[in-house]
Design a binder for this molecule. Structure first.
Ligand code: WQD
Length: 343
């Protein structure tokens, strides 16, 4: 029987590539569209090494309707789309907001237009916990009110959720928006992982690059928050767990007929850890030192957030499996293996 094809935009990126691996291992046939603007072609070889199967790949920009139309024409078996392709650097989004709005929204609208044309009505959206701002109650659940986003990046995620909800109400589209908390770690094989360009803005790649000696020291952004050790609290989730949530989301969309046209799910572990806990766990598990200093707060950071995931547990039958120890170990193994390879 022909396998169900899933279009994965941004399928060579950090979360995209791990999701492609999980899709293949779950019996789907991913079709990747990725313009390589923030990813590397060798990741395709690595996906093949891990899974024994080389997915169909198109080096296209999803903002180009003609190119996208060609992908759908050549892949009539596409039944759903997981849409990762987007710009994602919070700081950069404040410097070039127009680019963020254009890329993140035009890509979404173009993918939706072409899906409608080809009557493909299942969509999994890559959203973010950033839509909540600082919630009043923790853990934060999907019913919590959204707060006006401080960054243009966050604002594109809120707008995209809104667009998807409205379009789904017209009847041809079913959408699951997955609100990711803080994805970290790497595939167990150390063949794929996070590849930040330039100086990392996220915590985990900054830690691994410091541990390996590329960065002199980590700056912890503020130790005067109202938390047990004074540093910010986040819900870190292993990227392989996050990838599995996408597979469950596809299965749910493709097998259930009684679902609402639009739904949102938190995808986290349900546990909050402080920045200092992450650094200490990294050092202990990997037996490596991470030199750090404490600096001032980073503007826009919320003090504390972690996910209530009972909805995803119940409805998507999904639960995070990996521990914080796994996350820091896999992130470190990937950093070491990647540096060895590019030497
Ligand atoms: C985590 C914690 C920092 C770097 C953002 C986006 C979110 C998602 C993931 C996607 C915070 C602290 C960090 C450093 C530090 N985006 N930190 N020193 O800000 O929670 O979430 O990335 O692609 O949508 O908003 O993640 O990893 O930047 O920070 O002390 O050098 O680590 O202050 O408390 P964040 P992060």
């Amino acid at each position: 029987m022909a396998k169900v094809k899933i279009l994965v935009t941004g399928g060579l990126g950090f979360i995209g590539s791990h999701t492609v691996v999980e899709l293949i291992q779950s019996g789907f046939e991913p079709v990747i569209v990725d313009d390589l603007s923030n990813s590397e072609l060798f990741i395709l070889d690595r996906i093949e090494q891990i899974t024994g199967s080389r997915p169909e790949f198109y080096p296209y920009d999803v903002c180009d309707p003609e190119k996208l139309r060609a992908v759908f024409t050549e892949n009539k078996e596409i039944k759903a789309c997981i849409h990762f392709a987007a710009k994602k650097a919070v700081g950069e989004s404040m410097e070039i907001p127009l680019t963020y709005y254009r890329v993140n929204l035009v890509s979404l609208l173009t993918v939706l237009d072409i899906m409608k044309e080809f009557e493909v009505g299942n969509f999994v959206f890559s959203s973010s916990a950033t839509v909540y701002g600082q919630p009043e109650h923790l853990p934060v659940n999907e019913l919590s009110p959204l707060q006006k986003s401080l960054s243009s990046y966050g604002s594109t995620k809120q707008m995209a959720e809104d667009i998807l909800e409205k379009v789904s109400e017209t009847g041809w589209l079913k959408v699951l928006s997955l609100r990711y908390f803080n994805p970290v770690g790497a595939h167990k094989s150390s063949l794929i992982g996070e590849l930040p360009k330039g100086i990392p803005s996220n915590l985990m790649p900054y830690i691994t690059q410091t541990a390996i000696g590329i960065r002199e020291k980590l700056t912890i952004f503020g130790d005067d928050y109202n938390t047990p050790d004074g540093t910010c609290i986040r819900d870190y989730i292993h990227v392989a767990d996050l990838a599995k949530a996408h597979v469950n989301a596809c299965n749910y969309l493709l097998t259930r007929t009684d679902t609402s046209p639009y739904d949102v799910f938190n995808i986290g572990t349900g546990t909050g850890n402080s920045v200092l806990e992450i650094v200490k766990t990294f050092e202990k598990v990997n037996q490596v030192e991470v030199p750090y200093i404490t600096g001032s707060r980073r503007s826009g950071d919320v003090e504390s957030i972690y996910a209530g995931c009972t909805k995803a547990n119940k409805i998507l039958k999904w639960e995070a499996q990996y521990t914080l120890e796994d996350m820091v170990k896999d992130a470190w193994n990937w950093e070491k293996s990647y540096r060895k390879q590019i030497k």
